[in-house]
Design a protein around this ligand. Structure first.
Ligand SMILES: [Zn+2]
Length: 341
């Protein structure tokens, strides 16, 4: 008899039946930062069947204050977040299948997961609106619910989007604050993270056990420092001509033009560059290439990092690179091509 989930099963709306359902479900978590690690730990402890984690970054010291799965060793090694999260989660619950993807959550990647794996739910733990609009399109195109979450400073918000039941994020764009919601300027405190995780996880559990009538049906927002709380009803928000959930959807954020090659990373003073053609890089060769140019390269099995004075260039196996120390896309590209040809 497995005691592990006994307290969760005692909770009447879940029960034994609900626990069985949770065990059969597959959740895709987009982002393994603060919200991502909080959601991941809760899902894995709750006994989810399979968890897929997608993240393009690696662990840094500034993450440890709130990204609950990571340790100092992870930051020292610059382990990719998806890998470090998987390692820790497997220690927490070895019964859960965990898939770690070190890479971007772009239209191509998310559509492939939607088609091949048919997950039950997407959880948004990203830090940017571009990715959220891609998740929104994929969710509605393939009829898979998603849960939006965001936080900055002491403020956070969350909303559950269900195809054919609720309006989508695009319909809500005028309601949701986008500007100013960046970790660059305001910093963040961990209770704001935990609060958003709680909102997301409660809705996730309701959907995983099929208790649809218990869903909130509102966009919630709060500020834990100024003690403000708000909930906005979603009915009446839906737009008939919405390109994502309207009568004639075109899913504009999945189009080729949206498959961006560069992105400025939130709060990181960094630019990501994706090579035009996808291929696997031999990281030993990349490290050797740097050394031949007289540079000191540090490598782990997932990435090579090289210091360039004030800047740092990090290359991943899929050819993606992060240029730290700049927000200037052109400058970052120049550095990328200068050292990697
Ligand atoms: Zn819509």
């Amino acid at each position: 008899m497995n005691e592990r989930y006994s307290r969760q099963q005692l909770f009447a709306p879940i029960g034994k039946e609900g626990q069985k359902k949770i065990r059969e479900k597959h959740v895709v978590l987009i982002g393994a930062g603060a919200l991502g690690t909080g959601n991941a730990e809760a899902l894995v402890r709750a006994g989810i069947g399979k968890l897929t984690i997608i993240d393009r970054d690696y662990v840094e010291w500034s993450n440890l204050q709130r990204q609950q799965l990571y340790s100092e060793a992870d930051a020292k090694e610059r382990l990719p977040k998806a890998i470090a999260a998987k390692r820790r989660l497997e220690q927490i619950n070895s019964e859960v299948e965990i898939e770690a993807i070190v890479g971007d959550a772009g239209p191509e990647e998310l559509e492939t997961i939607a088609v091949k794996q048919r997950p039950d739910l997407w959880i948004d733990a990203t830090d940017n609106f571009d990715t959220r609009l891609v998740i929104n399109d994929v969710a509605y195109k393939y009829n898979i619910p998603w849960i939006y979450g965001a936080c900055v400073g002491s403020y956070g918000l969350s909303c559950t989007f269900i195809p054919n039941r609720t309006p989508c994020l695009y319909c809500l764009l005028e309601t949701v604050p986008q500007g100013g919601l960046t970790c660059d300027t305001a910093g963040i405190i961990s209770p704001a993270v935990q609060m958003v995780v709680s909102y997301q996880m409660a809705e996730a559990l309701k959907m995983l056990v099929g208790d649809w009538s218990a869903l909130r049906g509102k966009l919630v927002s709060f500020d834990l420092w100024t003690n403000e709380y708000a909930a906005i009803r979603l009915d009446g928000v839906k737009k008939d001509d919405c390109p994502t959930c309207g009568r004639h959807p075109s899913y504009p954020f999945l189009s080729y033009e949206q498959r961006t090659k560069t992105a400025v990373l939130c709060g990181r003073d960094s630019v990501q560059i994706r090579p035009p053609a996808r291929r696997e890089y031999d990281l030993n060769e990349v490290a050797e290439l740097f050394r031949r140019q007289g540079l000191q390269a540090e490598a782990n099995p997932y990435l090579v990092s090289v210091s360039l004075g004030e800047k740092r260039l990090v290359v991943f196996r899929d050819g993606r690179a992060l240029v730290h120390g700049t927000k200037d896309v052109q400058e970052a590209k120049a550095i990328y091509y200068r050292y990697l040809g």
